[in-house]
Design a protein around this ligand. Structure first.
Ligand SMILES: NC(=O)c1ccc[n+]([C@@H]2O[C@H](COP(=O)([O-])OP(=O)(O)OC[C@H]3O[C@@H](n4cnc5c(N)ncnc54)[C@H](O)[C@@H]3O)[C@@H](O)[C@H]2O)c1
Length: 374
């Protein structure tokens, strides 16, 4: 049998326990060798051979071929330094790191890192977005395109630490969540935006407009004051007399300029059971989930065992990281992509604070970065 890629995980909190650990365990080409967390209680249920609180142990182990890091973004630099020291391919959850200064420091720190460095923006690995990209490339080649992305959740369902970070400490969903969509637009358009304009609440509940080359304009409706009983995400692309509509990773439709109509449904799971249904059926399951959420579940703040788990690309993303290690492929979401999403978030916040549209020049930044300048 072909050798499996040995991967270890550091930062096994709520998100990682619900996603990366089960996805790595389910991947037949991966051997999950070790888990590390400062609070390791409960990790033994995954049956991984080694559990530790010392992350250096993982990096120093010559058997470990790559490390997945899902700590919070403010404590990533120590992890990156270890990856450099031990020359280990590294996956870090989004956002890349915390703060504008730290973003530049991270660019500096990791710019000469020779191993794959992967930033955890998963949406482009979802089957729906992969198909949306193909349709976009086939039908919307002439520019003059509008893109709408709706991402609206229910803040009171969040884990307490996330609620405290965003609502109490005003850390803004633009950096915590909307960076995902900035990277998704980069994936779809292949471009960096030329300007950003933010209106709304600033910290939460915003409308963000981004202008791209060739008259491609994108709007993000980003809210946290909706209900978890309604599909959170919706993508619509209109260009060249074609409409592509993606319904919460569960159903994609395209009505095209050449008269063709596409509809595809994508698998999702509820309590471990797999479904592939119309979006209307999926929406019924979402309402049922939301109506059944208990106070105890809200106090924990993660619902992976009960909620409708649409395929946002988390499992494919882990496989993409494994392939980077095993096949020496370049990272599809590299250091500069992670930094650019952060910097765009800070410019979006600046736009809100100053009440004006901000012009952007990521092309020059990318050239300066490749020359080693700021
Ligand atoms: N891609 C996505 O869809 C998605 C969704 C949710 C969260 N996230 C990201 O995942 C990350 C973690 O989020 P979370 O909600 O699971 O947070 P969490 O606080 O539940 O998990 C972080 C874990 O890291 C551990 N940790 C911190 N420092 C450590 C160290 N030095 N050594 C070992 N363990 C350490 C903590 O003990 C904790 O268990 C964040 O960056 C968040 O933005 C991504």
């Amino acid at each position: 049998m072909k050798k499996r890629t040995k991967i270890a995980v550091v930062g096994c909190g709520g998100f990682c326990r619900g996603n990366h650990i089960p996805n790595l365990l389910a991947n037949p080409k991966v051997e999950l060798t070790a888990l590390c967390d400062l609070k390791p209680e409960g990790l033994e249920r995954f049956g991984v051979p080694r559990i530790t609180t010392d992350m250096e142990e993982l990096f120093a182990d010559p058997e470990v071929e790559g490390v997945v890091c899902a700590t919070k973004p403010d404590s990533r630099q120590d992890v990156m330094k270890l990856a450099k020291q031990y020359k280990k391919p590294l996956f870090v959850e989004k956002p890349l790191c915390w703060g504008e200064e730290q973003t530049f420091e991270t660019l500096e720190l990791m710019r000469d890192f020779k191993q794959p460095f992967f930033v955890g923006f998963n949406r482009q690995f979802s089957p729906l977005m992969q198909d949306a990209l193909e349709l976009f490339k086939r039908y919307c080649t002439k520019g003059n395109t509008t893109i709408l992305y709706r991402i609206v959740g229910e803040a009171r369902l969040w884990p307490k630490s996330h609620y405290a970070a965003v609502v109490d400490k005003k850390e803004s969903t633009i950096i915590h969540e909307i960076t995902h969509i900035f990277q998704l637009f980069r994936f779809l358009t292949g471009e960096f935006p030329l300007s950003v304009n933010t209106s709304g609440g600033g910290n939460m509940d915003n409308i963000i407009t981004l202008e791209y080359p060739r008259n491609v304009t994108a709007v993000i409706v980003a809210g946290d004051n909706g209900t978890g009983g309604f599909p959170k995400e919706y993508l619509e692309i209109d260009g060249n007399y074609t409409t592509i509509a993606g319904y919460d990773f569960a159903e994609l439709e395209a009505t095209c300029a050449d008269g063709r109509f596409y509809r595809k449904r994508y698998a999702y799971t509820v309590e471990g059971k797999k479904f592939r249904t119309s979006r209307a059926v999926m929406e019924g399951k979402l309402r049922a989930f939301r109506n059944a959420v208990t106070q105890e579940q809200m106090a924990y703040g993660y619902y992976y065992d009960k909620q409708v788990c649409v395929d946002k690309g988390h499992a494919n993303e882990m496989e993409a990281f494994r392939r980077c290690i095993a096949e020496h492929l370049p990272s599809p979401v590299d250091l500069f992509s992670g930094a650019a999403a952060n910097l765009l978030a800070y410019r979006a916040l600046q736009s809100f604070e100053e009440g004006r549209r901000i012009s952007l020049d990521f092309t020059s930044l990318s050239k300066r970065f490749s020359r080693g300048e700021r």
